[in-house]
Design a protein around this ligand. Structure first.
Ligand SMILES: Cc1cc2nc3c(=O)[nH]c(=O)nc-3n(C[C@H](O)[C@H](O)[C@H](O)COP(=O)(O)OP(=O)(O)OC[C@H]3O[C@@H](n4cnc5c(N)ncnc54)[C@H](O)[C@@H]3O)c2cc1C
Length: 427
C-alpha cells in the first residue's frame, strides 16, 4: 500500500485526462502524490469529435491517446476498469469484474483505496424512457459506439448502392451533436459519391427531428435560423416542434400520430449521467443522475469526493454539459487540490468564464457566439473562422495533453495523412 496521498480520478475524458496530466506533471512525477486514473476504455478521445468518427470523416486511430503510455509519461498510473460502487467510510472504490463478451470472467471484482476521489465519468444521451429507443436506435456517447455507428453506416450505404434504393437516416436531437452529425454524415456521403462505384448514386435522405421550436437552442436565434437554412440547402429535412413518442425497427413514431421511417435511426437528444452514479454510497444526485456538487465541486455529502464535467451538477448555478465547462473545472481542481491536500486549504468556488460556443457543419458552414450574444461565421466564407475555431479547440486540448512538441508532430502527421488516405473511411 502506498504511503503517499492517493488521488483517484475516475473517467479519462476531457476533464479527467486534463486533471491527471496536470497533477501528474506537477506532483506525480516528483513522487509527492500517488495518482491513479481509472477508465472503462483503453484510450482517450476528444468527445466533441465523435460525430466525425461516426461518419468516418476523421480517423480515430490518429486521434486516440493510449492511457497506459500517456500515464507513464506524465507521472500517474492507469487502471483499466469500470467503477461499480464505493464505500465512503473505508474510502475504497469497487471496480466491476472484467468479463469477455461470452461472460467469461477475466478479472474478479477489484478495489482501489483513495484519499481524494474525483468523478469525471461524463454523460450519455437521454432517451427519457421513450419506448423502443434503446432497442432500435444507435447512440453516440463513446468511441466504441462511434466505431459501431461507422460500421453500420458503411453497411447501410453499401446496401443502398447495391440495391439502388434510397437510404433514410433519421436523427433525434437538434442540439450541437445532432446538427453536426447530420452535416458530417452528409459530408461522408458527398465524398463517397465522388468515388462513383456504381453508375447511379442512390438518394440519401437525412431527417433531423427536434422537440423544441428551433435547432441549436443553446445558440442565439440567428445562428439557429442560419444553421437550419444551411442544412436545408444540403437537402437535410429539419422537423422542429416534433415530439418522438417511440421507435421501432422501421422508424420513429411521433406524438401527433404520424411516423418518420428510416433504416438508420440515431438518438442524440438529452443528457444524463451514467446510471452508476446512483450506486455511490448515497451521494446525492440530480434529476439527470449527475452528482450534486457545491460551488467548489466537492460533492454535497462528502468532502473527500469531487465531481467535474458532465457528471457534476452545481445546484446553485447549473452549467451546460460542454467541453469548455469540463476543461475549466479540471483546471480549477488541478490548481487548488494541492493546497487542499497538503495545507488543508478549502478549494475555492469554481467560476465559469464563458468564452462562447462554436458549431461547425462539416466543411459546409460554421458559426460562433460570444458570451455577450454577438455572433460570427456564416457568410461568403462559409463560416471559415468558426470552422477553424472549432478545430483549434481540439488542437488546444491535444497540445495540453501532449505538450507543444508532440502536439506539433500530431498536427503534422494528421496533415500528412490527408495526402495518403481517402478523406472518408472506406474500410
Ligand atoms: C458528438 C458530440 C459532439 C459534441 N460537440 C461538442 C462541442 O462542439 N463543443 C462542446 O463544448 N461540447 C461538445 N460535446 C460535449 C462534450 O463532449 C462533453 O461536454 C465533454 O466531453 C464532457 O467531458 P467529461 O470529461 O465530463 O466527460 P467525457 O469526455 O465524456 O469523459 C468521460 C470518461 O469517463 C469514462 N467512464 C464513463 N463511465 C465510466 C465508469 N463507470 N467507469 C470508468 N470510466 C467511466 C469514459 O470512458 C470517458 O473516458 C459533444 C458531445 C458529443 C457526444
Amino acid at each position: 500500500m502506498s504511503d503517499r496521498f492517493r488521488v483517484v480520478i475516475v473517467g479519462g475524458g476531457v476533464a479527467g485526462m486534463a486533471i491527471a496530466t496536470r497533477l501528474g506533471n506537477s506532483l506525480g512525477r516528483s513522487g509527492k502524490l500517488d495518482i491513479t486514473l481509472v477508465d472503462k476504455g483503453f484510450s482517450h478521445v476528444w468527445k466533441p469529435m465523435l460525430h466525425c468518427f461516426a461518419a468516418g470523416t476523421a480517423k480515430n486511430e490518429n486521434d486516440r491517446i493510449t492511457f497506459i503510455s500517456h500515464a507513464a509519461a506524465h507521472g500517474f498510473r492507469f487502471c483499466y476498469g469500470e467503477i461499480a460502487g464505493i464505500d465512503r467510510a473505508a474510502k475504497r472504490l469497487k471496480l466491476a469484474p472484467l468479463e469477455e463478451e461470452d461472460h467469461e470472467v477475466l478479472l474478479d471484482e477489484r478495489y482501489l483505496d483513495y484519499d481524494v476521489l474525483i468523478f469525471a465519468i461524463g454523460s450519455r444521451a437521454n432517451d427519457f424512457g421513450t419506448p423502443g429507443v434503446v432497442e432500435n436506435c444507435i447512440f453516440l456517447d463513446n468511441i466504441v459506439e462511434a466505431n459501431n455507428f461507422n460500421e453500420r453506416f458503411r453497411h447501410a450505404v453499401i446496401q443502398a448502392y447495391g440495391r439502388g434504393s434510397p437510404l433514410d437516416i433519421a436523427i433525434v436531437g437538434g442540439g450541437a451533436t445532432g446538427v453536426q452529425l447530420a452535416a458530417e454524415l452528409h459530408k461522408a456521403l458527398d465524398i463517397g459519391s465522388l468515388y462513383n462505384f456504381t453508375p447511379v448514386t442512390p438518394e440519401m435522405r437525412v431527417t433531423l427531428l427536434e422537440a423544441g421550436p428551433r435547432i441549436l437552442p443553446a445558440f442565439p436565434e440567428n445562428v439557429s435560423a442560419a444553421a437550419q437554412k444551411q442544412l436545408e440547402a444540403l437537402k437535410i429535412k429539419v422537423l422542429t416542434s416534433t415530439m418522438v413518442s417511440g421507435a421501432d425497427e422501421h422508424g420513429f413514431m411521433l406524438k401527433d400520430g404520424t411516423r418518420v421511417d428510416a433504416q438508420f435511426r440515431v438518438w442524440a437528444a438529452g443528457v444524463k449521467a451514467p446510471d452508476v452514479t446512483r450506486q455511490m454510497d448515497g451521494l446525492e444526485c440530480g434529476r439527470g443522475g449527475q452528482f450534486l456538487v457545491r460551488p467548489n465541486l466537492q460533492t454535497t455529502l462528502d468532502d473527500s469526493i469531487f465531481a467535474v464535467g458532465d457528471c457534476a451538477f452545481i445546484s446553485d448555478s447549473p452549467l451546460a454539459p460542454t467541453a469548455q465547462v469540463a476543461r475549466q473545472q479540471a483546471h480549477h481542481l488541478a490548481r487548488y487540490l494541492p493546497g487542499f491536500i497538503f495545507n488543508k486549504k478549502p478549494v475555492p468556488a469554481f467560476k465559469f468564464k464563458n468564452r462562447g460556443a462554436i458549431v461547425a457543419l462539416g466543411d459546409y458552414n460554421g458559426w460562433g457566439a460570444f458570451a455577450d450574444g454577438k455572433t460570427f461565421g456564416g457568410g461568403f466564407m462559409h463560416g471559415l473562422s468558426a470552422r477553424l475555431g472549432h478545430m483549434a479547440l481540439y488542437r488546444q486540448h491535444q497540445f495540453e495533453l501532449y505538450g507543444p512538441f508532440r502536439g506539433m508532430i500530431a498536427c503534422f502527421t494528421d496533415w500528412l495523412d490527408g495526402f495518403v488516405r481517402p478523406p472518408v473511411r472506406m474500410d
